[in-house]
Design a binder for this molecule. Structure first.
Ligand code: 0O2
Length: 264
């Protein structure tokens, strides 16, 4: 007999582990690139009723064998600002496929995640208009599902889900048509926002480089190297509108800081 609260315990542990990996990676993206692709992380463990409904639909029984075939007991939604963030997140998940070894109590533990299925409902939206990128993964012997989507796609999907609930699962034709055209508007919005993403990226990179430059110049001034600081300041105007030149100037200034004075 299955006691749901007991059955899902290892899944709850897995959910915590995967969610914390996403959160940690997002912090690393932010500190290294100045931009965090994950806007929100939504997680859930499937309810017993939903698992039973799915098993019945698939002609499987409510036992360990049947439940082992359900790949979305753990569900994680990764919501991003821009469409171009989706492959970024996919790349992150794929990086977990490489075996990681953790030395715990002199034992090497394989800490690996395998991608078992990908469904691209962004390039190939569902009939309803639904858009999202679905990934089924396996960690040890447990599956989990990740849905990667933009804020606009998530807004659409949660509203459509709410309406379906309200109409008892069967939406009237007129509402379905409206939702489909709203999904297309959402897609146009996503593509337009994606176009300006490059500008956002350039903006954040530039401000990060300027921060690094100012910090280096400040240290040079404080450590009696004002002539170097003045020289860098004089060169800044010529480099300010050229990202590559600014990058090279910021690196040079940082490298000129006497050893031991740079603190991250
Ligand atoms: P929940 O609570 O959101 O997880 P199956 O998984 O067997 O039902 P299939 O075809 O393998 O069917 O799954 P698919 O198409 O990958 O869809 C699974 C999940 O995607 C759904 O989970 C929804 O979360 C989401 N989804 C798919 N199509 C739609 C859609 O038209 N509208 C909305 N709002 N969401 C969709 P569940 O199980 O429905 O529930």
């Amino acid at each position: 007999m299955i006691i749901w609260t007991e059955h899902v315990k290892p899944y709850e542990e897995l959910l915590k582990e995967v969610a914390s990996r996403f959160e940690k990676a997002n912090r690393t993206f932010k500190s290294q690139l100045g931009y965090a692709p994950i806007e929100t992380l939504k997680t859930r463990i499937k309810s017993e009723a939903s698992a039973k409904e799915k098993l019945e639909r698939k002609g499987l029984s409510f036992d360990k064998k049947g439940l082992a075939k359900i790949t979305d007991i753990v569900g994680i939604r990764v919501i991003c600002k821009f469409i171009d963030d989706v492959p970024e997140i996919m790349g992150l998940i794929k990086s977990w496929e490489k075996p990681k070894f953790r030395n715990a109590l002199d034992k090497f533990v394989v800490d690996q995640v395998e991608v078992v299925e990908e469904q691209d409902h962004i390039d190939n939206p569902k009939e309803s208009g639904y858009r999202s990128y679905h990934v089924v993964c396996r960690a040890k012997d447990l599956f989990f599902e990740v849905q990667i989507r933009t804020i606009a796609m998530d807004f659409w999907a949660s509203t459509e889900h709410m309406l379906k609930y309200k109409y008892g699962g069967d939406l009237p034709q007129e509402i379905r048509e409206k939702l489909k055209s709203i999904a297309d508007i959402g897609s146009t919005l996503d593509l337009a926002m994606n176009d300006i993403r490059q500008d956002v990226k350039i903006g954040t990179t530039k401000s990060r480089l300027l921060e690094q430059f100012d910090k280096a110049v400040g240290i040079l001034e404080k450590s009696g190297l004002s002539f170097k600081a003045e020289n860098y300041k004089a060169r800044l105007a010529a480099a300010a509108d050229d990202l590559e030149a600014l990058k090279s100037l910021a690196i040079q200034a940082k490298e000129d800081v006497p050893p031991g004075l740079w603190r991250e």
